[in-house]
Design a protein around this ligand. Sequence first.
Ligand code: PLP
Length: 383
Amino acid sequence: MTMRIPLSAPDVTEDEIQAVSEVLRTPHLSLGPKLEEFEEALENYIGVSNAVAVSSGTSALHLSIRALGIVEGDEVIVPSFAFIAVANAVRYERAIPVFADIEPKTLNLDSRSIEDRITYRTKAIIVVHTFGCPADLDAILDIARRHRLQVIEDCCEAIGAEFRGKRVGTFGDVGVFGFYPNKQITTGEGGVVVTDNTAIANSIWRLRNQGRDYSKGWFQHSEVGYNYRLSEINCALGVGQLKRIGQILKRREEIAQIYERHLSGNRHLRLPVLLAPLRKISWFVYAVCLDEQFDEFQRDWIVEEMGRRGIGTGRYFAPIHLQPIYKRQPLSQLCPVTEAIASRTIALPFFNRIEEKEIEEVCEKFTDLVESSTRFCARHQTA
Ligand SMILES: *Cc1c(COP(=O)(O)O)cnc(C)c1O
């Protein structure tokens, strides 16, 4: 269903459309100059020595798992409150995703929960910077150092976010970004792995193109790789988008502030933090949490009623450990904070070109529905 005010919408300029069409007039549609230009621009922006662009954020996660040498039976700690790709990418290599809980303020991995999950089989942690707010990298890197674990930073929702003045993606062994149309910048489909480790970068570089090893002659294959290449068409769009990222992130921060202004008086809502210590947030979505007296049933009713009024909202995220394919988890892996928050969270329309009067309309309809849902539930309980 298309919404009058969608949950998200890409922002592509005429110049970017022009740049994409120009690629189509050249003989280079894949593995050409735009790929190199996009990768170099990403290296400069993120502040890292190697960027290897790939076909999606999920393939970036998968190749990171492969390049870090994670194999069948190894355990990788991941948040359950996240996009399902973080668990799927681990499973592609027959390793085991172990779900850790989050802390309620920033919705990022709780370092105590990470420590609880560590066993002699744990090899790595996938740290997601949820909704663009950097996780507690001090605590997580300290755990990783003490237990000799590798760290994959999933920055798919957080390009441009900073921790202690440094961009995310530069803290872990590798950083992973995605460029699906709902992200801060898009290439249609696309992703990138960044790392300062040249051996890891070379491994990912080979794996994205069938494991081909150029240094040993044209068709020399020493491992089984994939076709995870990103076309020149996508890269041309990415180059254009990355040029505007400063403006884009500024606009998104303004939108978050406007939402905050309109919703902060509502006692039923827990709003995202606008400022977190040591951090610069890169706004991905504006997700609010209903307070403890609400349940999933009321949240879902609000989502449906917003949809009827032409406004797209999202149930971000459904806990991964409750998904049918991941359900058989031992009781020791329960994630109570994730479950409580996921059942009451609702993401509101959030995109660069949303207008202030649209935000006002969203907030008005949303607060009305929140109010009605309290009455409607009270009626059910007394009936
Ligand atoms: C978007 C996203 C990804 C990657 O998604 P793709 O659709 O494969 O590009 C990975 N992890 C998180 C947390 C995401 O939000």
